[in-house]
Design a protein around this ligand. Structure first.
Ligand code: NDP
Length: 297
């Protein structure tokens, strides 16, 4: 029987467990603060940011939203980041990607104070992650670890294949899976667009993490019987419904479900976890910066 890993339920449990830490902080007069910065008129980015702000409100995190004119000079964004770095009410800063073309993305990543870098993308935090002592694990791969844990998927000694090598998903995911930790210790292979025979890798894997952004390109016949399949992909495809589109993953769900031991759906798998882990990192950041010891789920 294939286990459908319910990302909404796991995310809800994490949000609920975070309440204790938020109360501990409140007892010390601290409200965790998360600043989101949007400099884009991309509707998807606007939606992501508003969802993150709504999540903050629901759990009692102070959400501070800064919206900049997408046509403004890049310096406005750099100055905004400096101001937020200096603001004691802000414990976490998230600059919504992708940034507009006049902005130097690398400068943005470098500018956020590493202590407030709840995305975990500052070069210092990337280095810490690789070294095995991350301040903040990037939200999507961290959420995936929690999903694997929730489904009792053993990573230790497992053959894991990560499809995709982006800085936000593939690379940090692979780095977490190889760490000498309980949710790591996997023998990890990273595949990408230049991989010669993808199926040769996926068909031997106990865990497949699909993060390529290619609709339904991992099919059941590419999987090993009983594999755990985590579908990170969010692909918008035309559909005959009110919205005119639907969201589908990188995995062909129906055929993969026949083969997999456990699988995440899209939507309702990885997406809610990415959001929950942002709240987690913000609470952790508040505890660190305010010197309050908080228990994290
Ligand atoms: P990127 O486009 O930055 O990276 C895609 C990666 O997939 C690249 O490394 C690319 O290889 C590789 N790739 C592309 N096509 C193939 C192929 N045919 N075979 C093997 N590898 C391939 O994407 P992201 O990592 O940012 O995102 C991946 C997907 O996950 C997207 O659908 C995105 O929307 C989704 N996403 C979902 C999140 C969530 O919370 N659920 C969060 C973040 C992303 P190469 O390096 O050689 O180009």
């Amino acid at each position: 029987m294939t286990e459908i890993i319910d990302g909404n339920a796991v995310a809800e449990r994490i949000r609920s467990d975070l309440q204790d830490s938020i109360e501990t902080l409140a007892d010390e007069g601290v409200t965790p603060g998360l600043a989101t910065v949007l400099m884009s008129d991309d509707p998807a980015s606007e939606t992501y940011v508003s969802m993150k702000q709504r999540d903050c409100e629901e759990v009692g995190i102070n959400g501070i939203h800064v919206e900049l004119d997408p046509d403004a000079p890049a310096q406005e964004l750099y100055d905004t980041i400096d101001d937020l770095n200096a603001d004691p009410e802000v414990h976490g800063i998230l600059v919504q990607m992708p940034v507009v073309e006049q902005v130097d993305k690398r400068r943005v990543l470098r500018s956020v104070d590493p202590e407030k870098d709840v995305d975990g993308f500052h070069p210092e935090n990337v280095g810490r992650l690789v070294a095995g002592n991350a301040l903040y694990k990037p939200c999507t791969p961290h959420g995936i670890q929690k999903l694997l844990e929730s489904a009792d998927v053993e990573t230790e000694g497992a053959e894991a294949v990560v499809v995709g090598r982006s800085d936000i998903v593939g690379k940090p995911m692979a780095n977490l899976l190889v760490q000498k930790t309980p949710l790591g210790n996997a023998t990890t292979t990273v595949c990408h667009s230049r991989t010669k025979d993808l199926e040769a890798h996926t068909s031997e894997a106990d865990i497949v993490i699909a993060a390529a952004g290619v609709p339904e390109f991992i099919t059941g016949d590419m999987l090993k019987e009983g594999a755990a399949v985590i579908d990170v992909g969010i692909n918008r495809v035309d559909a005959d419904n009110d919205k005119g589109y639907e969201l589908i993953g990188d995995v062909e769900y129906d055929s993969a479900k026949e083969k997999a031991g456990a699988i995440t759906p899209v939507p309702g798998g990885v997406g809610p976890m990415t959001r929950a882990m942002l709240l987690y990192n913000t609470v952790k950041a508040a505890g660190r910066q305010e010197d309050v010891s908080v228990e994290l789920p």
